[in-house]
Design a protein around this ligand. Structure first.
Ligand SMILES: [Zn+2]
Length: 338
């Protein structure tokens, strides 16, 4: 039954493209994890030799918050300075809240997190990271400056388009371009053994049809037996789909946390994802808690808009200044505002 629902979803070519693109990112991530961990250990050793003679530890439990980190001990201050020295965008934002600074002298991955997007606090190592975290590390830590940064940024941009789009759909042309950008980046890392395997798998994935055959309903077409590498089973595709949807949900929660007032764009993302899950009974069963969270966020968005509207009624003079917000609010169906 679940496979039948999956097959129905994949009937939409643009959704299938979205899942395929996401699978490319998962393959890229798998290929880069060991390399990233190894490189970080080398980078850590370099800093350690300069900063932390044995026995020096942070005893103040210096704790960053979000983008702020006022270290209170001299050791963390030194590490912070060194981390910034190796940051490729020194005036940019650093998500210090990802890090547990007292672990910097002993744990290389705590260092890596200073170069990553927010939401990494509980990630303990490269094997728990998604592609976005690894690519941002390559982009923002100058230890990786040997990799063509333009190629890294192009893949990051596509990844964000994929995960932030309100609809989980991309065109075949987009997927083709994305495939080229990923392959361009992989060429930069040809010396990493896992990368060559990933490159071949991505190439095959993008040229395969990815049809799901439901046992008992369809006969597997002739000739597919010999193409097992290309032809994935329905349950394998289903696992990939679930992983991507979870990543998208995580991304939505992070975007929402960044704003006090839910933007129109985020409200739209929430609604689209909620409706998508509503239409997919098989996914909904496993994602009950997320479904409730999305409904709660949606409600919060409506309430925020309602109270804003009421404030405007009370103080009509403000209407002119806030005309833009009022216009935006009109996109929400009236009955939902009541
Ligand atoms: Zn400290």
């Amino acid at each position: 039954m679940a496979l039948a629902e999956l097959a129905a979803r994949l009937n939409c070519a643009e959704y299938k493209n979205w899942v395929k693109a996401g699978h490319c990112l998962l393959l890229l991530r798998d290929a880069l994890q060991r390399f990233a961990g190894e490189q970080l250990r080398a980078f850590h050793r370099q800093l350690l030799a300069r900063l932390a003679p044995p026995g020096r530890l942070c005893r103040s439990r210096c704790l960053p918050r979000g983008r702020q980190f006022q270290s209170s001990c001299s050791l963390c201050t030194e590490w912070k300075k060194e981390i910034l020295n190796h940051h490729t965008n020194r005036n940019g934002e650093v998500h210090w809240g990802n890090c547990k600074p007292w672990l910097w002298p002993s744990n290389s991955w705590e260092l890596a997190k200073a170069y990553m997007p927010r939401g990494q606090m509980d990630i303990s190592g490269p094997d728990k990271c998604d592609a976005a975290a690894l690519l941002n590390l390559f982009n923002f830590c100058d230890h990786f400056s040997g990799i063509d940064q333009k190629k890294v940024r192009e893949v990051i941009k596509c990844r964000n388009e994929l995960m932030h789009s309100s609809e989980m759909k991309v065109s075949s042309l987009w997927l083709e371009e994305f495939g080229k950008k990923i392959q361009n980046l992989l060429k930069e890392l040809q010396n990493v053994p896992e990368v060559m395997t990933a490159s071949t798998r991505i190439e095959k994935l993008l040229s395969s049809d990815w049809a799901v055959y439901i046992p008992g309903e369809d006969d597997q077409p002739d000739g597919l037996e010999g193409e097992t590498e290309v032809c994935m089973s329905g349950s394998q595709i289903s696992e990939i789909e679930m992983e991507l949807i979870k990543e998208r949900l995580k991304e939505i929660y992070l975007l929402v946390e960044e704003q006090e007032m839910l933007s129109e764009e985020n409200l739209n993302r929430i609604q689209m994802t909620k409706n998508f899950l509503k239409d997919s009974g098989d996914l909904q069963i496993s994602l009950q808690a997320d479904m409730q969270r999305l409904e709660g966020l949606e409600k919060e968005g409506y309430n925020q808009r309602r109270s804003m509207k009421e404030t405007m009624k009370e103080y009509p003079d403000q209407e002119e200044d806030e005309g833009c917000s009022l216009k935006k609010m009109k996109c929400i169906p009236k009955e939902q505002l009541l």
